[in-house]
Design a protein around this ligand. Structure first.
Ligand code: PEP
Ligand code: MN
Length: 334
């Protein structure tokens, strides 16, 4: 349920209204926008009498929300959420590119890639330290040492970092990681999502291989229900009958998620396509369609990458891509 208040509501009346909601066992979330103030109610609203609220002085309207996601719902929070990652803003017209290797492999590798992507205009460095691999015999990542190397690259370049978490017990290792990534395979690891909800740190939540957009929003809701509202949604391709590409990039997720939610939408054309030559066209299409950012795999030696080499751009190709993204941005949707 949402309660839309009249312009410039009286503060005392607003406080007594929110206290009254709490006494009924529902949690009010106040969203103060430039045009409107909205109180979103989370919990069992069956005891809340809509007619009583509607009759109040400061209230303009009351509506029930049909969707099961509340905190993530644009009706609860009409203005775009802007996430601040160490000074880099994402969402609400702010666009950011995250780039780096699939996996952190060595100090030389991560530092070289970090310097290259920074020079081309990337604002966030990506790098996996815990790798979810289909085969248990494949490179699993450098774990805690990988995080340390990422932090070294952060120190060297000043770029904030994003890295994937696979288990809640690893949260202490991510203390200095700027954005915690939840990979596609963990999108519905609800216990992990609840733990991340207890943090006050940005989370990049990737869509599962076979999950609907509503399920993605419900996973965001798990994080937000714990009080962590810094969630970015990431479309990274879904599994379809098509086998030419690694996955199928659902670009319509951008306008659909923007209409349903206030959270920033990031596109990952690398995992979506699995092929370096397809990354640029899909990145440009995503930019034009209004994505709030991109996450792109870049490796200084893709042929010898320990993970996802075929979809990794060289620094030179990434540089070309960044120029084209910049040229398209002024014409992007929204
Ligand atoms: C990744 O970003 O390295 C990754 C494993 O992505 P996804 O979870 O989308 O497969
Ligand atoms: Mn990868």
């Amino acid at each position: 349920m949402i309660v839309i208040l009249k312009k410039n509501p009286d503060k005392n009346q607003m406080d007594s209204l929110t206290n009254w909601f709490r006494s009924l066992g529902v949690e009010p979330h106040v969203s103060v926008g430039s045009h409107q103030t909205i109180i979103g109610l989370v919990g069992d609203t069956s005891r809340v009498d809509m007619d009583v609220i509607r009759a109040m002085d400061i209230v303009e309207d009351v509506r029930r929300i049909q969707e099961p996601f509340k905190n993530a719902n644009r009706k609860f929070h009409p203005e775009d959420t802007v996430i601040d990652v160490g000074g880099v803003k994402i969402g609400g017209g702010h666009f950011a590119v995250m780039a780096g290797p699939c996996s952190v492999e060595s100090e030389e590798q991560i530092c070289a890639v970090a310097q290259a992507v920074k020079a081309s205009g990337a604002q966030v460095l990506r790098g996996g330290a815990f790798k979810p691999r289909t085969s248990p015999y494949a490179f699993q990542g450098l774990h805690g040492d990988g995080i340390k190397l990422l932090l070294r690259a952060k120190e060297l370049t000043g770029l904030p970092i994003v890295s994937e978490i696979m288990d809640a017990s690893h949260i202490p290792l991510f203390e200095d990681v700027d954005i915690i990534q939840v990979g596609a395979r963990n999108m519905q690891n609800f216990e992990l999502l609840k733990q991340l909800g207890q943090l006050r740190k940005p989370v990049l939540l990737k869509r599962g291989l076979a999950n609907t957009l509503q399920e993605l929003l419900m996973s965001a809701e798990y994080i937000m229900a714990g009080g962590n509202d810094q969630v970015m949604l990431c479309e990274r391709g879904i599994r379809t009958f098509e086998t030419y590409t690694r996955n199928t990039l659902d670009l319509s997720a951008i306008p659909v998620l923007h209409s349903l939610s206030h959270l920033p939408v990031i596109i990952d054309p690398s995992h979506a396509t699995g092929s370096a030559k397809l990354v640029q066209p899909m990145a440009l299409a995503a930019t034009a369609a209004g994505a709030d950012g991109l996450i792109i795999e870049v490796h200084n030696d893709p042929a010898h990458a320990l993970c996802d080499g075929p979809q990794s751009l060289t620094p030179a190709d990434f540089d070309t891509l960044m120029h084209k993204v910049e040229a398209i941005r002024p014409y992007a949707e929204r």
